[in-house]
Write a protein that binds this ligand. Structure first.
Ligand code: AMP
Length: 550
């Protein structure tokens, strides 16, 4: 039969280990900087593979509850390489969501960072974690943990051979799993097969993607629990680049130090992270001379960010994607015939979410399902399809039915497309709030706020925020005679009791009656128009979007 071997991740690591054995992998850890090379990384990954194989995890799911560091990177190749499925878990989620996710995925083993052990202990529920037979702490020692059995990572891989006999896997083999928070109900799992991850990596490596070369020094600040850090670690390995992992809770000063000391050329993160870095760079004498480009995505990046980094000679590159699209779908490169366009045209194009990357197709349809013209004005919902776009949710036929039309993914993003093909996100049909790159469920907040006896009705909307891009605001119809200030404080406490602090709405605003759509749902569009930009005064609390602090 004609055709090559299946598309899998294995050749990427093989290439890096054999062509660039001395290229460095650097991680900022609690104990300082850890530094080794691809040769050692490949050896350790082989030992990890032996350990996972021995623990009976081939064909099973392996969870990670970790920040960005070298050990987490080893699992990126180790788990899928043996034929297991790497399930990255977002530790910033409410406990209840974590319980649901672990139970739904039925993870056989969980890797956990020492600094996240407390959070995992808070989420731990023996009834939900029944599948987890082992916990492996990502360090040399094990902190006090009220669950088990627990071992430390170094002991877990110790004694295994460095020449693990990697199996030949099918491209259809599930290799990854990541949950995304939806409008209604529980988070939805998105599975990534070997082929999807391979195809996404190859697309990133095109000039129209986010290509990584062997002289690049790449720092993914986007968490490794968010869609495989946007697939960057795979592209970095494929390209033979030096890796720089920022570890737990890096401040702008830590990122600046890593850029200066390690000579970072390319980094990726959400707008909030780069807003923090830009402020820090403007106030301090930081050498950004090695930094060539910064990828920004996950939420719309503001114009001031592009202009700010332009002043420092750093090219801010806007990208759009979703958990469902592995994630990169569009990148805002300038077409060659726009290179000489006037400055305003160039920045307008860079501010859009960009051009579709090679390998994907998209359509934009209005409410009637009719395709809208590419005139930069007509808008509709963006639908995408392609080899690294999922066509279903993990074990959720109900959610899949809503979100897919055949092999087209309905993104829930409302966009325009201009005559050059630049896609611009102008709104969202998804009733969720994205703060600093992390989702907050407006419906869960509404349900909680409405448990207060003095709240007749409540709707939660996302309002624009300079630093966090969006913050939740509750619009409430209070009972007669209720004092809004007291009500707000009590509702905030109710939210805090169930959800992380950063879910607490920034403001509680009074309304006589919540407007409704023709079908009787809260009309959030009208609420956003009415309360939008001016609703939030002042700064959101420091923990408003934890991603910024990672
Ligand atoms: P997630 O699945 O958590 O990665 O979220 C995907 C969603 O984030 C998209 O459907 C958009 O609503 C939003 N998003 C991602 N990137 C961008 C961007 N560059 N600009 C605006 N919204 C974005």
């Amino acid at each position: 039969m004609p055709g090559g071997t299946p598309q899998t991740l294995r050749p990427f690591l093989w290439r890096a280990a054999n062509l660039y054995p001395d290229r460095e992998v650097v991680a900022r850890t609690a104990g300082g900087i850890t530094r080794y090379d691809y040769g050692e990384m490949a050896d350790r990954t082989a030992r990890l593979a032996g350990a996972l194989d021995d623990a009976g995890l081939v064909g099973e799911r392996v969870g990670t509850f970790c920040w960005n560091h070298h050990r987490h990177f080893e699992t990126y190749f180790g788990a899928p390489g043996v034929g297991a499925q790497l399930h990255t878990i977002n530790p910033l989620l409410p406990d209840e969501h974590i319980q649901y996710i672990v139970e739904d995925a039925a993870d056989g083993l969980l890797f956990v960072d020492p600094s996240l052990a407390e959070k995992l202990a808070s989420a731990y529920d023996p009834d939900a974690f029944t599948s987890v037979e082992q916990f492996v702490v990502m360090g040399e020692s094990v902190p006090e943990i009220p669950f088990g059995p627990v071992t430390d990572y170094e002991s877990f891989i110790e004694g295994y051979a460095t020449d693990y006999d990697w199996p030949s896997l099918s491209g259809d083999r599930p290799a990854g799993l990541c949950y995304t928070s939806g409008t209604t109900g529980k988070p939805k799992g998105v599975e990534y097969t070997q082929r999807m991850l391979w195809a996404h990596t190859m697309a990133l490596q095109t000039p129209q993607g986010i290509p990584v070369a062997d002289d690049d020094v790449v720092m993914p600040v986007v968490p490794m629990f968010h869609v495989n850090a946007w697939g960057m670690p795979y592209a970095m390995t494929a390209g033979g680049a030096k890796h720089v992992y920022p570890g737990p809770a890096p401040e702008p000063a830590d990122l600046a130090a890593l850029i200066e000391e390690e000579g970072v050329t390319l980094a990726a993160g959400v707008p909030t992270v780069w807003i923090g870095l830009l402020e820090y760079v403007e106030d301090n004498d930081i050498d950004l001379s090695t930094l060539d480009r910064l990828v920004v995505g996950g939420a719309a990046a503001p114009r001031s960010l592009f202009e700010g980094f332009d002043r420092h000679g750093v090219d801010l590159v806007h990208a759009w994607g979703m958990t469902e699209t592995s994630p990169v779908g569009t990148v805002a490169h300038l077409k060659s015939d726009l290179e000489d366009a006037d400055a305003e045209t160039r920045i307008e194009k860079r501010l859009t979410q960009g051009l579709v990357v090679p390998g994907l197709e998209f359509r934009v349809v209005d409410d009637e399902g009719t395709e809208v013209p590419w005139d930069g004005e007509a808008f509709g919902e963006l639908l995408v399809r392609g080899p690294w776009v999922t066509t279903e949710y993990f074990a959720r036929p109900d959610a899949s039915e809503e979100s897919f039309e055949g092999d087209w993914l309905r993104t829930g993003d409302i966009v325009t497309v201009d005559g050059d093909g630049y896609v611009k996100v102008v709104d969202r049909t998804k009733d969720v709030v994205k703060s600093g790159g992390e989702w907050i469920s407006s419906q869960e907040l509404e349900n909680t706020v409405m448990t207060h006896e003095d709240v007749i009705e409540a709707a939660v909307i996302g309002v624009p925020h300079e630093r966090w891009q969006e913050r939740p605001v509750a619009v409430v119809v209070p009972a007669e005679g209720a004092d809004l200030e007291t009500l707000a404080a009590e509702c905030a406490d109710l939210v805090r009791a169930e959800y992380p602090d950063w879910w607490v709405p920034d403001d509680f605003l009074r309304i006589e009656e919540i407007p409704r759509t023709a079908t009787g749902k809260f009309d959030k569009k009208r609420l956003r128009e009415r309360f939008g930009a001016d609703a939030v005064e002042g700064e959101a609390p420091a923990e408003a979007a934890p991603e910024a602090a990672e």
